[in-house]
Design a protein around this ligand. Structure first.
Ligand SMILES: Cc1cc2nc3c(=O)[nH]c(=O)nc-3n(C[C@H](O)[C@H](O)[C@H](O)COP(=O)(O)OP(=O)(O)OC[C@H]3O[C@@H](n4cnc5c(N)ncnc54)[C@H](O)[C@@H]3O)c2cc1C
Length: 64
């Protein structure tokens, strides 16, 4: 298999990385491989989906 970028693991991080790499570089061949039966079956499947927004200042709250 020939590709420009190989992403190993189709969890939320791998899929997101592949999506943004392809979006920013449409001419690049981005391939995601996954050892389980399909995407999102690792930790991503177990996530409670909680989003914490308890910090009081923008400095702490905003992503760096
Ligand atoms: C019980 C639980 C509850 C959680 N709740 C929350 C929450 O409420 N809020 C929150 O923000 N986060 C939560 N998390 C954390 C969150 O789920 C993880 O941080 C996130 O899903 C990690 O994503 P990931 O893509 O890095 O890893 P994963 O989703 O684990 O993806 C990695 C993938 O790589 C694959 N892989 C590994 N090695 C190889 C290989 N050699 N070849 C091919 N494929 C490979 C795996 O099979 C897997 O599918 C929780 C986690 C758990 C376990």
């Amino acid at each position: 298999m020939i590709c420009d970028v190989l992403v190993i693991g189709a969890g939320v991080m791998g899929i997101s990385s592949a999506y943004h790499l392809k979006r920013l570089n449409p001419g690049k061949r981005v391939v995601v491989i996954e050892k389980l039966g399909g995407p999102g079956q690792g930790s991503t499947a177990k996530s409670g989906g909680g989003f914490r927004n308890l910090l009081t200042s923008d400095t702490n709250r905003l992503p760096s």
